[in-house]
Write a protein that binds this ligand. Structure first.
Ligand code: SF4
Length: 324
């Protein structure tokens, strides 16, 4: 339609201007025809509506491109998000030693016989029937005070003598230092322990109705009671596991097995290091396991690595290097 209309207009214009300058008219006509032809090369839609559609159609790929770009952008962002949320923080929070579960299981197997000194002479066993619960708690605290720097059988012997004498707060308040010394000798640092036990008995009588304190914070205020004793007292006497009792065995073995992030010098540092990663359900067991293991296999000097089930997965193993 557009082409026919253009041709008629040209013919009309040529007829009207026939008498004029024919060359000029021809030139104008030629220019007009060429412009019409060049317009007719636009094969796209001509109506406004179709132009709008065309516009939309033309934009669509751009939109698609936009989506693709967005998709691509989101694809590029995904690894970053993953990287941030994947575990960097988790790893930091969840540090735990390599193969600790296998090492713990091996120690359980080695402790199956339950024939280490701690199994028959531990603080829980240093009491007798016929005493009240309050008095039994006092026995546990006293045996822990005696056990510091002392072998289990020596502590056990001293506790036997004290129990036969009568071990209550009242009796200890009334006993002479000399007599108490005779009963507890030869535990390590027995003279200082006489002093601590007497002072503690007076405090318990005065402030705790002859019972023992029920928190770590109050227990460590008693003379001669440190964190290790306090945590073990909470576990053994009050049946509350509020921390890991770390003695020399637990401290030594934890360092040998690499159960602390960095080597520790003090048992208190080891306790904090262990509590950072060791699940709470093992806190009570780990003391009993490692103390007996330290008494029988992982000795302070010349550990029996050749008999240890952990000798291939323990960083301190002497048997591993021999096998290589
Ligand atoms: S391999 Fe040796 S150092 Fe290691 S846990 Fe066993 S006994 Fe102790």
């Amino acid at each position: 339609m557009a082409k026919n209309g253009s041709r008629k207009s040209v013919m009309r214009f040529i007829t009207y201007r026939n008498a004029g300058n024919s060359w000029f008219v021809m030139k104008i006509c030629l220019h007009f025809v060429m412009s019409q032809i060049s317009k007719s090369k636009y094969f796209g839609p001509t109506t406004r509506a179709s132009k709008r559609t065309a516009k939309t159609t033309t934009v669509t790929p751009a939109k698609k491109l936009g989506v693709e770009l967005k998709e691509n952008a989101s694809k590029t962002k995904v690894p970053k998000i993953k990287k941030v949320s994947s575990g960097t923080a988790k790893t930091k929070l969840k540090w735990e030693p390599d193969k600790w579960e296998m090492q713990l299981e091996n120690i359980r197997k080695m402790r199956e016989m339950k024939d280490a000194p701690v199994d028959t002479m531990g603080c829980e066993r240093c009491t007798q029937d016929g005493y009240t619960e309050k008095e039994k708690r006092y026995h546990i605290l006293t045996s822990l005070m005696l056990s510091s720097q002392t072998k289990d059988h020596v502590t056990h012997g001293a506790m036997d003598k004290l129990l036969n004498h009568g071990l209550t707060v009242d009796k200890i308040v009334g006993i002479s230092d000399k007599k108490l010394g005779e009963l507890i000798y030869p535990v390590g640092f027995w003279k200082r322990k006489v002093e601590y036990i007497k002072k503690t008995a007076s405090i318990l009588k005065e402030h705790y109705d002859c019972d023992i304190p029920s928190t770590v914070e109050t227990l460590v205020k008693l003379p001669g009671v440190g964190p290790k004793m306090a945590y073990l007292t909470m576990t053994c006497a009050w049946d509350k596991v509020v921390g890991i009792g770390v003695d020399v065995h637990v401290h030594r073995i934890s360092n040998r097995l690499g159960w602390v992030k960095k080597k520790t010098k003090e048992p208190e540092q080891t306790r904090q290091g262990l509590e950072d990663w060791l699940p709470r359900e093992y806190w009570k067991e780990v003391n009993w396991l490692l103390v007996g293991f330290g008494q029988q296999v992982c000795l302070p000097v010349s550990p029996k690595c050749e008999f240890c089930l952990n000798n291939q997965i323990c960083p301190a193993s002497t048997a591993k290097s021999k096998k290589k």
